[in-house]
Design a protein around this ligand. Structure first.
Ligand code: LRH
Ligand code: MN
Ligand code: MN
Length: 388
């Protein structure tokens, strides 16, 4: 796509979902550095997410994580979001923080623990009914630490059984996104360690089961854009959990560690039609801001996704195809790199002005006084943390 106005139209339509947990305090297992002004309730997390949308114009939904965002009335939470100009997006499940889950949740050798975990997943679908959410995001920490600890194959059977029960419970307009992760917290086997395992489970179940690619969940050197191209071709790419990693599951800001990789991923999304709303590819952030300001970190992340997307949209598809067809390796690579090397910041600034926004969302947010206000207003009470 080379026509600037078509690129802008496409960018105007992009929707990037921010995660409620990015606004709470977070850290490593060594230390959580508390920040001033951090939300104390799910409503306040939504208030902060609404600021990201206010200044970027492309972040209209916020993902929630249960039980971190447990409330009595989810319809009221959804109404609160609407009042703030956003909506509740994906419901993320947490079957990893209860003592009962030490040996796994849905793959636990104990049927009573499996039942408890499944009930929690089914409850998440009830919450989706109340919030009007389309997506249930399933991530399992299930796995083993020692060879021989449990039967690898039995655990796959238990996983399949639980997924089938959740699938059965989904409404017509709902789906689940199955997330994989190479390791951590399990260090020997993980029951859903890679895209292939997620894909195989989803394929058996049907169209309401889709794979979600968390960009931080692969072995170093994995070609993530290949996975994206393949899943899109199979109609099985449900969406992304975007973040950056240098080492393991670092959850740093997307586009911070490797903007070129993000561009390559977004190119495959555009190439595979994943950018069209009807394919249902969800662009979600899954990050923590341990040492940087959180709302600002989310704004920066949204902008990083926009920049990579703009560059991907700028790839001259005709020139690329003709170079590829004629076997001109260097020309094809040059066409690709030309797009990546384009400074798209002026185009995005222009687009924001056309959308009635400040061209520099970070500067506009800083000037708004919101941070000073929440720092003052949220002095009392318990700040929400990653896991609370
Ligand atoms: C697991 C994960 C998953 C969780 C989130 C908090 O590492 O990526 O998506 O829900 O982190
Ligand atoms: Mn994730
Ligand atoms: Mn993760």
């Amino acid at each position: 796509m080379n026509d600037t106005s078509a690129v802008k139209d496409a960018l105007r339509r992009q929707q990037i979902e921010t995660p409620s947990w990015a606004y709470g305090n977070s850290g490593t297992r060594f230390k959580v550095f508390a920040q001033p002004g951090v939300p104390r309730t799910p409503r306040e997390k939504i208030d902060d997410a609404a600021q990201v949308h206010r200044f970027t114009g492309v972040a209209p939904s916020v993902a929630i994580h249960i039980p971190w965002d447990r409330v009595d009335d989810y319809a009221a939470l959804a109404a609160h979001a609407k009042e703030r100009g956003v909506r509740i997006g994906a419901v993320n499940t947490n079957v990893f923080q209860d003592d009962d889950y030490m040996l796994g949740s849905v793959t636990n050798p104990d049927p009573a623990v499996r039942r408890k975990a499944l009930d929690q997943l089914l409850e998440a679908v009830d919450i989706m009914d109340a919030t009007g959410s389309r997506d249930l995001k399933l991530w399992f920490s299930d796995g083993t630490n020692y060879p021989g600890q449990d039967d690898i194959r039995d655990r796959q059977d238990r996983m399949a059984e639980a997924l089938a029960a959740v699938y059965e419970r989904l409404g017509d307009d709902q789906r689940f996104l199955l997330e994989y992760k190479l390791f951590e917290p399990a260090f020997y086997t993980t029951d859903l360690p890679d895209w292939g395992t997620s894909y195989a489970h989803c394929l058996k179940l049907g169209p309401k089961a889709q794979v979600v690619v968390d960009t931080g969940h692969h072995a170093p050197g994995t070609n993530i854009e290949f996975i994206v191209a393949f899943l899109l071709r199979e109609g099985k790419l449900g969406g992304f959990d975007f973040n950056s990693r240098f080492y393991a599951d670092d959850d740093l800001m997307v586009g911070a560690a490797d903007p070129f990789q993000l561009f390559r991923i977004m190119y495959e999304v555009v190439r595979g039609g994943g950018y069209d709303a009807e394919t249902g590819v969800a662009f979600m952030l899954d990050q923590c801001h341990n040492i940087e300001p959180k709302i600002q970190g989310q704004i920066r992340s949204v902008m990083n996704v926009q920049e990579a997307t703009a560059k991907a949209l700028l790839v001259d598809a005709d020139a690329l195809r003709s170079a590829q067809r004629s076997g001109d390796v260097l020309e094809a690579n040059a066409v690709f790199m030309d797009a990546y090397n384009t400074d798209v910041r002026p185009l995005l600034a222009e687009l924001r002005e056309e959308m009635g926004l400040h061209p520099n969302p970070v500067a506009a947010y800083k000037a708004s006084g919101y941070y000073e206000r929440i720092t003052e207003e949220r002095k009392d009470g318990q700040a929400a943390g990653w896991g609370a």
